[in-house]
Design a protein. Sequence first.
Length: 144
Amino acid sequence: RPSETDDLALLSILDEKTIVENLKQRYIKNEFYTYIGDILLFINPFKTVDIYGKSDHKQYTNVSVRSNLKPHIFWIADHTHLRMLSSHKSQNIVVSGESGSGKTESVKHMISHVTYKSESIHPFLDVKINEVRNNISLCWYTFL
């Protein structure tokens, strides 16, 4: 049985069988996020999961090193936000996948994390961000 890791780039054997087995074992344990180096892979569980609450937001806020945390969309959002603030340059996150894979929900989770981080600094930012969130599906299909 291959070793299980939360970063597939660290596997000693990197073939289809090992990757699929690793992802299968993680899915069975309700671990739906897995890194591949700097890339975050998400397998849609098609059920409600309790990994997007305030305690999760807090855990992934202003964390510079991801190694102590499980893979999560909040880390990607937080890390990108921190890079934007430190570099004063725009950042991009590419979200791709098949229809129904969870792209729109993933973007909503990233937006909710940035909103969570910004509540105390910009109390009305959440209203503006929620306007974007409500129109995200329209924008998504416009640019495809």
